[in-house]
Design a protein around this ligand. Structure first.
Ligand SMILES: [Fe+2]
Length: 258
């Protein structure tokens, strides 16, 4: 599996607290089926993003954690004016593996009416927007139509693995399920911050999608889409989402093979 969102590097945000914890987190991810892990430190009002520092921590973590998992650089990019300006100056700097996909975090307190306009500016210089954990945003939970509009305009949605397991509460779980039912989820990622409360594991959520939706959808959300994002390739969405197609066919459709 490919995990596009994690806070595994030490001392640069509210994620890992030490290089020892970092190494354990990376090994935990590897031991539970993650083969590519994106380290995506915050860039927000509290934490500045220093790409060179992130690269040097990544190099150290690679050496210490050993083989079996590939580590790449990303960023948990908060929507704010300074960030937009900086990203317009260096379009690939904040994106996953510097290939164009940008993890975009919105405030929990307000949704700027010009959000779409700001995103368009980023898209015009080659970035593709992946909105992180809409199911955990209380304002977005009241604005399903906004999520639908954004997806229709070509933005992608990333749900947190633990939300599916109910660990961010019933409201987040229910909204995640609603988004999945409507085919509005493109990625599942761990958004790991530590070893216990928010661990870098995707395996249980993968299994949850297999059981509640389909193994094919799990492959897309945990493997194919995130792998394409790491490569910088377009997502192949022509038959997406597979589970809704199956539901739409219904009993008679299945019986007659239509
Ligand atoms: Fe995050």
């Amino acid at each position: 599996m490919v995990d596009i969102h994690s806070h595994v590097l030490p001392g640069i945000d509210d994620g890992s607290k030490s290089m020892d914890e970092t190494v354990e987190m990376i090994r935990m991810a590897r031991d539970h089926g993650t083969t590519i892990l994106v380290a995506s430190p915050h860039a927000d009002t509290q934490y500045a993003y220093d790409a060179e520092r992130v690269d040097s921590l990544l190099a150290e973590a690679r050496t210490l954690a050993g083989p079996g998992i590939q580590l790449v650089r990303g960023c948990d990019f908060h929507l704010m004016f300074d960030n937009i300006e900086a990203a317009l100056r260096e379009p690939m700097k904040y994106t996953i593996n510097q290939k164009g996909y940008l993890l975009m975090e919105l405030s929990d307190l307000t949704i700027f009416p010009n959000t779409g306009v700001l995103w368009r500016q980023l898209e015009e210089v080659g970035m593709k927007i992946i909105l992180t954990h809409p199911e955990r945003n209380p304002l977005l939970r009241q604005r399903l139509e906004l999520v639908q509009e954004w997806v229709a305009e070509g933005r992608y949605m990333q749900v947190t693995a633990q939300s599916l397991l109910g660990l961010f509460g019933k409201k987040a779980e229910d909204f995640a399920r609603q988004l999945l039912d409507l085919g509005l989820v493109h990625f599942v990622a761990s958004d790991a911050h530590d070893l216990r409360g928010r661990p870098p594991r995707l395996d249980l959520a993968f299994q949850w999608i297999c059981e509640n939706y389909s193994p094919r959808l799990a492959e897309l959300l945990f493997i194919e889409h995130p792998a394409a994002a790491v490569r910088g390739d377009d997502l192949d969405l022509k038959d997406f989402p597979p589970q809704v197609r199956e539901k739409k066919r219904g009993f008679w459709g299945r019986l007659f093979g239509t």
